[in-house]
Design a protein around this ligand. Structure first.
Ligand SMILES: Cc1cc2nc3c(=O)[nH]c(=O)nc-3n(C[C@H](O)[C@H](O)[C@H](O)COP(=O)(O)OP(=O)(O)OC[C@H]3O[C@@H](n4cnc5c(N)ncnc54)[C@H](O)[C@@H]3O)c2cc1C
Length: 448
């Protein structure tokens, strides 16, 4: 066992977490100021951390559970994503798609178990439909290239026996108000969440059973019969620890040279006026995923507790192995998003973006999670390979089951994976990956 580690880097979240900003402010949780003891500590309050805490609370009787979050809940990536909880494998339409049918079916089963867990969480804590909406997902194309992607995606869905419905350009216009989309492909198993509201309400629901500490980053860890997690204001001693910090598991010294730190970016409009809403047309809440993997995700969300009706545009990705972005990255993303918005919503000319932000993803070359017992009684539930609303939830559930039960049917399926593959050396990795992403973005054309 290691004696001690110093955490090399703490999370830096570029720009505001807009989904959190548009919610009414709420009382937060204390900052850790004392030296305390707990039976269990979960580090990280995103999807993985919350799922781990909730699953632990179901499994460990009255043992105490503490969650330490570096920032404020819902200010990190968990509160800055597009909110699609997707049951189907994401890469069905990618060039690199090489999954076997058996693996895909296993992945779908696991994803659905995680969505079910999130659904139970939403029901237990009385979340409204605008927070957790089991509305399915629409993948849409605006160009011939996008249509080709939809076609190949359909082929994979047919092979898997998964249900879908095709939507015409007229259906898409009725639904979104935009002329941009030529075709849509609807699959019923996904859920759309207001990510920050989901995170906040899940934590609030658990808070009688689980002690949350915000603005309490773990800066070092001592390992022993009881591990000690040290933050700037205090520390927690605990026998068992779950690290649910996604890519920052590398900052704790684990999985070196195996994790890709990718940022993606988004912009949210100001609240639309009633005139703008009627010029736009379409329904009040919808979301569209791009048929081309390098394309643009769009969401329209209706007023929820005073948030106003808004549109969110997400695109662009950069590899930043420093786990930080530059102002140049943010500026380029803003330009691309303004162009995507103008292409889709000419009737909203003049509507400005109120918020712009970026957020971390963690990927591995072979799309494997960074999961398992990494030191005695320390488990990792990290590296969600992009789709962290679902895969984060899954890895948190699985880490809790592994730590408490040792085995379960779901865990047997989940553990059927390899370790994240070793990365090529720098500077070749960053130069190569960023050049490939720029080229794919360029090839995506107006799908972006
Ligand atoms: C713009 C954007 C759009 C996206 N859209 C989608 C989508 O539609 N669907 C989807 O499934 N995914 C989406 N994602 C990805 C998704 O947000 C992430 O994969 C997900 O948040 C990962 O969950 P997690 O709990 O593993 O990690 P995180 O949400 O990153 O949570 C980890 C937490 O650990 C904390 N932490 C880190 N270090 C420490 C420390 N030393 N001490 C204490 N706490 C620490 C961080 O502050 C953070 O809150 C999107 C991401 C972005 C940025």
């Amino acid at each position: 066992m290691k004696n001690r580690i110093n955490v090399k880097r703490l999370p830096k979240d570029p720009g505001p977490a807009a989904w959190n900003r548009i919610l009414p402010s709420s009382a937060g949780y204390p900052t850790l100021k004392d030296d305390i003891h707990a039976d269990w500590v979960v580090v990280g309050g995103g999807f993985a951390g919350l799922a781990a805490a909730r699953r632990l609370s179901q499994l460990v009787g009255d043992e105490s559970i503490v969650v330490l979050e570096a920032s404020r809940l819902a200010d990190g990536p968990a509160g800055r994503n597009s909110g699609f909880m997707i049951d189907l494998p994401h890469e069905l339409n990618s060039d690199t798609y090489a999954g076997s049918q058996h693996q895909d079916q296993q992945q779908i089963r696991l994803n659905r178990a995680a969505i079910e867990f999130a659904r139970e969480t939403a029901e237990a804590y009385g979340m409204e439909r605008q927070v957790f909406d089991p509305c399915g997902k629409m993948t849409a194309a605006g160009t011939a290239k996008g249509l080709a992607h939809i076609n190949s995606y359909r082929g994979h869905l047919d092979a898997l026996g998964e249900a879908y419905e095709l939507k015409s350009a007229a259906d898409m216009k009725d639904w979104t108000g935009s002329d941009f989309y030529q075709q849509g492909l609807f699959t019923p198993g996904a859920v759309m969440i207001q990510p920050a509201a989901f995170v906040r309400q899940a934590a609030r629901g658990m808070s009688e059973r689980v002690s949350f500490y915000e603005n309490s980053p773990v800066t070092s860890m001592q390992f022993g019969a009881e591990h000690r997690l040290i933050t700037p204001g205090g520390s927690v001693r605990a026998k068992r620890v779950i690290l649910a910090v996604n890519g920052h598991i590398q900052s704790f010294g684990f999985f070196p040279s195996r994790l890709l730190h990718v940022f993606t970016y988004a912009s949210m409009t100001r609240a639309l006026t009633p005139q703008e809403i009627s010029r736009l047309g379409g329904v009040a809440d919808w979301g569209v995923l791009p048929a081309d993997p390098m394309g643009t995700t769009v969401r329209r969300s209706s007023d929820y507790r005073g948030s106003g009706n808004r549109i969110v545009i997400r695109n662009h990705a950069t590899l930043n192995q420093s786990i930080e972005v530059s102002p140049k990255n943010m500026k380029r993303a803003a330009g691309l998003q303004d162009r995507s918005f103008a292409n889709r919503f000419p009737m909203l000319d003049g509507v400005e973006m109120e918020y712009r932000w970026g957020g971390r993803l963690c990927l591995s070359l072979n799309s494997m999670p960074a999961f398992g017992e990494i030191e005695e009684r320390v488990w990792s539930a990290c590296c969600q390979n992009g789709l962290g609303t679902v895969k984060g939830t899954l890895s948190g559930m699985m880490a809790a089951e592994m730590a408490v039960l040792g085995r379960s049917d779901l865990l047997t399926d989940y553990l059927d994976h390899q370790q994240p593959k070793r990365l090529p050396p720098e500077p070749f990795l960053s130069l190569g990956a960023n050049a490939t992403m720029r080229w794919k973005e360029w090839m995506a054309g107006t799908e972006l």
